[in-house]
Design a protein around this ligand. Sequence first.
Ligand code: SAH
Length: 354
Amino acid sequence: MTPLARKLVRRIEAAGPITLAEYMAECLVDPEHGYYATRDPLGSAGDFTTAPEISQMFGELLGLALAQAWLDRGAPSPVALAELGPGRGTLMADILRATRGVPGFRDAASVHLVEASPALRNVQRKTIGHPVHHHDTVDDLPDAPLFLVANEFFDALPIRQFQRSGAGWQERVVGLKEGRLSLGLADPTAPDFLDHRQGDTEDGDLVEVSEAARSIAWTLGKRIAAEGGIALIVDYGDWRSLGDTFQALRDHQPTDPFEAPGDADLTAHVDFEALARAANLTEVSAMVPQGVLLERLGITARANMLASKLSGDALRSHIAAHRRLTHPDEMGTLFKAIALYQSGTPVPPGFDTP
Ligand code: SAH
């Protein structure tokens, strides 16, 4: 048993079963034993890799989309250039490098990172090499027009799971069986946040909700409505959650999420409809697959330009990275994006109105 498993067993013995969201939060961000708090999961020995770690093109194109949206809004100053869950800081470093050529943008922007992990905050400072302000939550972002990206952040936020049971829902909870952590079902309830799922689910169907994700999307919407700006959200998932997508990854391999709490990365697919509904104070674009978004932002032209300076293994790995980001069999369709933007302002580059 991991130290965190022992801590969770004691907690459940004392106070009864916990929700999956409580379990996930402990496993990921417990200050002593949490997965993100204790390591850099994106390092070469890490458990997973992400789009900005695959190729510099991802951050360059998102950076230029942010800068174009800034120009489209009359180049306001000052603004907050912000990122949620920056991991190793690679995406922000690529954004800052790519936007050097946009006159005025970098002078107008201060850089704000929302990051829970002290270990990753240090990595981010080193990678970015430019003054940054770290914050614990989106509530601490400054009052200014917001130019924000979040890649593979929302999938790390705690989810709850509910199984349809007649007219109600039974929550899946983590309890104990023979002294070990084990999944069970709570008594049926009828939470109002699941009312809109009555029409498209049947007995036994499972849906996922993330209160943390909804609350962050609401805050972003409120700030953009009040101050202006845009938020670009990229993640794996779909418009509407259906089925169990709770997963654990350890050493690049899928593993039982209850096997080694604190030592495996836990994620769930993002329910983009829930984010869009929560961000209701501002406009939300149509959802677009990552491959389509990157094509619209010009990834093929950028890839060809970079390729002209490469040969041999470097060229082969560059071509593979382009394919990995965009191809439907790779990240191109599993990953989706939406943009939040203020009413009456242009839809951000690469996105459409719904
Ligand atoms: N965006 C990065 C890394 C994604 S990993 C990339 O694309 O490479 C998820 C990131 O979110 C990590 O930096 C993790 O520490 C952070 N994170 C997870 N849960 C968080 C929370 N509740 N609050 C703030 N940061 C969180």
